[in-house]
Design a protein around this ligand. Structure first.
Ligand SMILES: CC(C)[C@H](C(=O)O)[C@@H](O)C(=O)O
Ligand code: SF4
Length: 468
């Protein structure tokens, strides 16, 4: 029996020939300022237009300053990229959500929020974390700049069909364990390359009980498993989230749309090229200690001893990571002090994430000497958070309340750490230099980020309750 991934793929093939990649129809194409300039240059050089501007949407996210909304920004690279995207969208008739406009935000936050991302679709963007949109039961993955040009020109993509993998998350997540912890747990279990060449479907009871925000967090991090994409089959949770959003089907088309969406679903006995089982009951607040997301452990554990790692490649990686992170084996993870806490990104910059952190910070203060930066994932998240008073919770606690953008997730804008600085970060990558040259990153959930801000060292929310 075909699974949802195969059904989605097959339903989008517009041309197939032996020994060549399939040509897939693209339902929606998202753009950001970072990966699109050369693609537009290519179109201009070959005298082509954008085939479906109506199925293309752009936003400014990677390089926008989050401290001020003045345009053009002082940073000349940012100013150039923003000017270029604005001119390209104007010339090719593409809707753009520029900085300081209502629909602006991180590309993987605004797609779902506008209802652009729907089950049964192919959604592409020149950005690896496009996998986020898989949370809706869409086939969504990142593409390179030359492919962005191809999609702009043709609304199709030439791609080789990946293998499929089921990640069965069995049982229920314990109280206090979040989708972020689950993602880090899965990656630490099967490794950064564990799903290489595959598209993953997350299945099982634990997945069904996740909210859309949590499913997005999980699918977002599929890339850190080496997967091409990750998805969750659609259900009532998906439909409830989508209903009434700008791009979602209208009320009189709703029943037909949901029926079609469900027709892609996997069956209980669908086949996959690979299957793994994960026990949700094993998940607890997780943090990374190294320089890739698979180097993660329960917050209650200690920094591992590289010599105890059997696999020689992993041992060497751990050794190098600990040098870069300036950590000694055996140190309790909960004793690691940070100077920055970053709450935001396309992994954890949505309203539920902000609520989870605010619940912990309410009535508490950010530890002295610690800087907490809160960056909503979009203007809509920002507006919702302000309507609920979450911004006040953050600023009363001593955190900075910013404007939407990728910010401290990636060293491509004004928000960077100084060399040697250490952050607890709700983003998805802890690579060397990711938050600025020489910066050190510990990936955490929003709840752990907030608890860490209060104590100044990696802290689980439970522990904070005991300390209070
Ligand atoms: C800049 C962009 C192309 C990049 C990506 O592809 O993911 C960025 O979003 C990231 O998270 O590293
Ligand atoms: S928030 Fe981070 S991971 Fe997400 S698109 Fe921006 S840079 Fe990439």
């Amino acid at each position: 029996m075909p699974n949802i991934i195969e059904k989605l793929w097959e339903s989008h093939v517009v041309h197939r020939a032996p020994d060549s990649p399939d040509l897939l129809y693209v339902d929606f194409h998202l753009l950001h300022e970072g990966s699109s300039p050369q693609a537009f240059d290519g179109l201009r050089r070959s005298g082509r237009r954008v085939r479906r501007p109506d199925l293309t949407l752009a936003t400014e996210d990677h390089i926008v300053p989050t401290g001020t909304l003045t345009y053009p920004p002082r940073n000349t690279t940012a100013a150039l990229l923003m000017r270029t995207l604005r001119a390209n969208c104007e010339e090719f008739g593409i809707t753009l959500h520029p900085m300081n406009s209502q629909g602006q935000g991180i590309v993987h936050v605004i797609g779902p929020e506008l209802g652009v991302t729907q089950p049964g679709m192919t959604v592409l963007c020149g950005d690896s974390h496009t996998s986020t949109h898989g949370a809706f039961g869409a086939l969504a993955f990142g593409i390179g700049t030359s492919q962005v040009e191809h999609v702009l020109a043709t609304q199709t993509l030439a791609a080789k069909k990946p293998k499929t993998m089921a990640v069965n998350v069995l049982g229920a997540l314990p109280t206090g364990a979040t989708a972020k912890d689950l993602a880090l747990y899965i990656i630490s279990q099967i490794g950064s390359g564990g799903a290489q060449g595959h598209i993953v479907e997350y299945r099982g009871d634990a997945i069904r009980s996740l909210s859309m925000e949590q499913r997005m967090t999980l699918c977002n991090m599929s890339i850190e498993l080496g997967a091409r994409a990750g998805l969750v089959g659609p259900d009532e949770t998906t439909f409830d989230y989508l209903r009434g959003r700008s791009y979602a089907p209208s009320e009189n088309q709703w029943a037909a749309a949901t029926e079609r969406w469900l027709s892609f679903s996997s069956d209980d006995d669908s086949d996959y090229d690979a299957q793994i089982d994960i026990d949700a009951g094993e998940v607890s607040p997780y943090v990374t200690w190294g320089t890739n997301p698979s180097q993660a452990a329960p917050l209650s554990a200690t920094v591992p001893e590289p010599d105890s790692i059997a696999n020689s490649e992993e041992r060497l990686a751990a050794d190098n990571a600990l040098k870069y992170m300036d950590l000694a084996p055996g140190t309790p993870l909960s004793a690691i002090r940070v100077d920055t806490v970053f709450l935001g990104s396309c992994t954890n910059g949505r309203i539920e994430d902000l609520r989870a952190a605010a619940d912990i910070l309410r009535g508490r203060a950010v530890a002295s000497g610690v800087r907490m930066v809160v960056v909503p994932g979009s203007m809509a998240v920002k507006a919702d958070a302000e309507a609920e008073g979450l911004n006040r919770v953050f600023t009363d606690a001593g955190a900075e309340w910013r404007n939407p953008g990728c910010s401290l997730c990636v060293g491509m804008n004004d928000d960077v750490l100084a060399r040697g600085q250490r952050a607890a970060s709700t983003s998805n990558r802890n690579f060397e230099g990711r938050q600025g040259k020489g910066s050190r990153t510990h990936l955490v959930s929003p709840a752990v980020a907030a608890a860490t801000a209060v104590t100044g060292q990696l802290t689980s929310p439970d522990r904070l309750a005991v300390l209070a």
